[in-house]
Design a binder for this molecule. Structure first.
Ligand SMILES: C[S@@+](CC[C@H](N)C(=O)[O-])C[C@H]1O[C@@H](n2cnc3c(N)ncnc32)[C@H](O)[C@@H]1O
Length: 287
């Protein structure tokens, strides 16, 4: 174990987090955590494990994200399956969950309906369903392969009865009279010219999940043209953005929602401006 990890760190030495990646890859192959690896440096690896580890390292050395190699990752304290059809869940997206849960608890109505636009692996919809036990959700994506992954994650966390996945553009699945207490969106927001080539890890991710058009805000502009009428009075729209475009997205949101709406920009754990929060005008109607 010790020799394999040292060799792996050398093989990945030019990458940030090489030590962590090597431990995560070997630990997952062995079904052990990093504390076990440290305590068992003299353990001998079997041939099959050594071969799997070598293959995983070669993929990582070529730039592939660890989540794709392992087929899973963590988000908001839960495990999620990840395939090459979905964006690798990012820790900063946890802020969307935290803000949505806070907004809905403040509303005080447990039986809320939420919409997750561009659900990808389903991390946001599934986590929100798991955190808010009486909520029901609609989650959309234009990628059929992403929805396969999202549905598997919903079953994995036993929330598939409360999350309705739909194949479709943005809020198209919403009937004209339908209203939601909260809409969360992590839509593609990378400017086309900023998309990175191989071997950057993001080049392994679907372009459909990253490319936000010339200024990165194309999908959000289209969402904002429709979002207001899909929200309940005093409902929340939470959108993840790039730190360099959050203010512009906030401006577009103010124009789209008009007077009476509250728009703010929230910082992530790295203190970067990450989420634009819109609270629609009006008072919540009590049931
Ligand atoms: C940045 S990824 C986010 C995935 C996931 N919500 C997350 O936070 O990890 C954006 C997702 O939006 C989907 N998408 C792109 N354009 C869309 C559209 N017009 N309508 C619905 N989904 C869209 C992509 O297929 C992708 O799965």
């Amino acid at each position: 174990v010790g020799t394999a990890l040292a060799a792996a760190r050398d093989a990945l030495h030019e990458r940030d987090g090489a030590r962590f990646d090597a431990q995560l890859l070997l630990g997952t192959i062995l079904g052990r955590n990093s504390a076990w690896l440290l305590a068992h440096e003299n353990e001998t690896l079997g041939d099959a494990v050594a071969r799997r580890f070598a293959l995983a390292l070669a993929r990582r050395a070529a730039g592939e994200p660890v989540a794709y190699i392992l087929g899973e990752t963590g988000f908001y304290g839960r495990r999620f399956e990840v395939t090459a059809a979905v964006l690798v869940p990012r820790p900063e997206s946890e802020l969307l969950v935290t803000l949505a849960v806070a907004a809905l608890r403040e509303r005080g109505d447990p039986e809320v309906r939420l919409y997750d636009v561009g659900t990808g692996s389903g991390i946001l919809a599934v986590t929100l369903a798991a955190e808010l036990r009486h909520a029901t959700l609609v989650a959309s994506d234009v990628s059929p392969a992403a929805l396969v992954c999202a549905k598997r994650n919903a079953r994995l966390h036993a929330v598939d009865g409360r999350v309705h996945f739909v194949l479709g553009d943005l809020l198209d699945a919403v009937a004209a009279e339908e209203r939601f207490a909260c809409i969360v969106a992590n839509l593609p927001y990378v400017r086309t010219r900023d998309l990175q080539p191989f071997p950057d890890p993001t080049a392994f991710e679907p372009r459909l999940a990253l490319d936000g058009g010339p200024d990165g805000l194309g999908p959000y502009r289209r969402l904002l043209a429709r979002a207001r009428t899909a929200l309940e009075p005093a409902g929340s729209l939470l959108m993840e953005a790039g730190p360099d475009s959050a203010h512009e997205l906030a401006e577009i949101s103010r124009r789209a929602f008009g007077d009476g709406a509250t728009v703010s920009v929230e910082r992530d754990y790295a203190a970067l401006e990450r989420v634009v929060r819109v609270r629609a005008p009006g008072e919540r109607h009590d049931r």
